[in-house]
Design a protein around this ligand. Structure first.
Ligand SMILES: O=C(CO)[C@H](O)[C@H](O)COP(=O)(O)O
Length: 231
């Protein structure tokens, strides 16, 4: 196992210890969240779980976790999920795995949102990882043109690429498409998030700003707890 994988395992297991019997739990998506799902299933607690993707739903079902519909709950006690970048004040880029929309819907109703990651994901400034933006398929090229304008207005000139699966566009669990924006550096994630959200045709973007309540970061030999300085 690589060092990074060991760190993912450690943070997944540490996060599983935060879960209590009877809780409603949001299950994240990706290779780090997978460690959490496995560790929480191994605890054999009585839980109701809301998965953030079809992939995670399959994994959780295979491991014997009880799934419930998102609309069957008003609040989720705790959600644990990975990230592609963790910046200052727990601002995140998510969606590398394409599950950003369901992830954000689940995070939005969670009392506790715990982001887990190996140490390589911790950055001084967001933006090296391409920012995923989910758009409706109808007229997506015209939406992409509006996204480019928004990025330019934020001083970002990097390429914007339609995510592909080989020769065809990648379709999300929600039937949408994803554009990845090479931002380089995102100086003001809150403003960019608001501008993207207001763009016609954009369903959601991968900036998770002010959403994570805490983080668990893998380092060599220990799990470091990250907190937010602003509420
Ligand atoms: O946001 C995500 C999926 O949409 C993932 O949490 C993110 O891509 C991190 O994945 P991994 O743990 O495999 O590095």
């Amino acid at each position: 196992m690589t060092d990074a994988e060991r760190q993912k395992q450690a943070v997944g297991q540490a996060a599983a210890e935060l879960v209590r019997n009877g809780m409603v739990v949001g299950l994240g998506t990706g290779s780090t969240a997978k460690w959490f799902v496995e560790a929480v299933a191994a605890r054999k607690l009585d839980l109701s779980c809301v998965p953030t993707s079809v992939e995670t739903a399959h994994l959780a079902t295979r491991l014997g976790l009880r799934l419930i519909e998102m609309d069957a709950v008003e609040r989720i006690d705790i959600t644990v999920d990975g990230a592609d970048e963790i910046g200052p004040d727990l601002a995140l880029i998510k969606g590398g795995g394409g599950a950003l929309l369901r992830e954000k819907l689940v995070w939005a109703v969670s009392d506790r949102c715990v982001v887990i990651a190996d140490g390589s994901k911790h950055v001084a400034r967001l933006g090296a990882f391409p920012l995923p933006i989910e758009v409706v398929p109808f007229g997506h090229r015209t939406t992409a043109a509006r996204i480019r304008d928004v990025l330019h207005a934020s001083g970002i000139d990097g390429p914007l690429r339609l995510r592909m699966d080989g020769s065809v566009p990648r379709v999300t669990d929600n039937g949408n498409l994803i554009y990845d924006a090479q931002c380089g550096a995102i100086d003001d994630p809150g403003t960019l998030a608001a501008r993207l959200k207001a763009t016609t045709g954009v369903v959601e973007h991968g900036i998770f700003f002010g959403m994570a309540t805490e983080g668990l970061l893998g380092t060599d030999g220990e799990v470091r707890r990250l907190t937010r300085s602003r509420p």
